[in-house]
Design a protein around this ligand. Structure first.
Ligand SMILES: O=C(O)CCC(=O)C(=O)O
Ligand SMILES: [Fe+2]
Length: 328
């Protein structure tokens, strides 16, 4: 399949965004989630402002203990340290968002493979994909708990968008029901490859090429000192201006995905982002990140309050996007 064949309009836009572009400082709104039940209205207003303007925001006071995030990062590093033959026993199945891949994700924006390996956890599809206990003791239990903690936080944020969109409070929670076999939210563990004996041309590619996410909402855990994420609001402007987002402990960087943009009749913005290579003077080692993608269950019907687009199931919507992003 060539890029010209991509079925959805987002993809045809995306393939034009592979260039280096300029940089520009912007503030990413920081939103305090503490005392959520009492402050929900105020938090919802802040989330709405951020999501309709820049499409990115950072959560603090979010309730996921830093020790749990640190432990998940440590487990992630141990997973990627496993021998290649071991990881290869848990391969990513095409269109499943479950299992391990090595440099298999090709972005429409660049046409080249991301310089990374990843392991995806999508709960109903994990049969035979968990490393055995003797290979990585405690991995499954820790990742299941971490997956659920992210889900719960994601549902809090989405309940605020439900409020603003005029949906029932649990509208998105029901659409992301983890007890359903149709559940397809994904915890992804990523290892961006270290630069070893880097030559000038090694600094030119992308750790992750420019893209928008195709889910509803992404919660991204990053490690202090392992930067590289850049965002670029406003897909329509001709000159692209990219903003560095610094990773910080205690902060979860979030963005709106295409699915929620469509579900909100394009009010909430799914913003272009990428992970650049380190510069010559920056840290060159491995970079780890852990995004959690809130993707509505396969059978959820995506239909905005004003009916701007026709209804489509989340399954049909996602399959088109996944097929376009994984070459193998
Ligand atoms: O690793 C990061 O900082 C960003 C990852 C990302 O954008 C993605 O996996 O969709
Ligand atoms: Fe992304």
């Amino acid at each position: 399949m060539t890029v010209a064949d991509y079925a959805l309009e987002e993809l045809n836009k995306e393939k034009t965004f592979g260039g280096v572009g300029k940089t520009k400082d912007r503030d990413v709104p920081r939103i305090d989630m503490s005392d959520f039940e009492n402050r929900k209205k105020e938090i919802a207003n802040q989330l709405w402002a951020a999501a309709t303007e820049i499409g990115f925001f950072q959560l603090v006071g979010h309730g996921i203990p830093q020790s749990q995030i640190d432990d998940a990062f440590e487990m992630t590093a141990r997973f990627f340290d496993l021998a290649e033959e071991v990881k290869a026993q848990y391969p990513l199945g095409k269109g499943t968002n479950a299992g391990w891949e090595y440099k298999a994700q090709v972005r429409p924006s660049t046409g080249t493979a991301d310089q990374k390996e990843s392991y995806q956890i999508t709960l109903p599809r994990m049969e035979n994909l968990w490393p055995a206990g003797e290979e990585l003791s405690g991995f499954k239990a820790e990742m299941l708990a971490f997956e659920r903690a992210n889900w719960a936080l994601g549902m809090k944020v989405l309940s605020c968008f439900a409020l603003k969109l005029g949906f029932a409070p649990d509208f998105f929670t029901n659409a992301h029901d983890p007890l359903s076999p149709e559940y397809q939210s994904t915890l992804r563990l990523i290892h961006y490859l270290p630069m070893v004996d880097a030559k000038p041309e090694d600094f030119e590619g992308w750790r992750a090429g420019a893209h928008t996410d195709f889910d509803c909402l992404t919660l991204l855990h990053q490690k202090t000192g392992q930067g590289g994420l850049q965002l670029c609001p406003g897909k329509e402007s001709s000159e692209l201006e990219w903003t560095d987002v610094e990773p910080l402990d205690g902060v979860i960087t979030c963005n709106i995905g295409d699915m929620l943009m469509r579900w909100s009749d394009d009010q909430l913005q799914s913003t272009l982002h990428r992970v650049r290579m380190p510069k010559a003077e920056e840290y060159q080692g491995s970079r780890y990140s852990m995004p959690f993608f809130c993707q509505a269950n396969k059978d959820a019907m995506i239909e905005g309050p004003n009916g701007k687009y026709g209804p489509i199931t989340a399954h049909d919507y996602l399959q088109q996007r996944i097929a376009a992003n994984f070459a193998k």
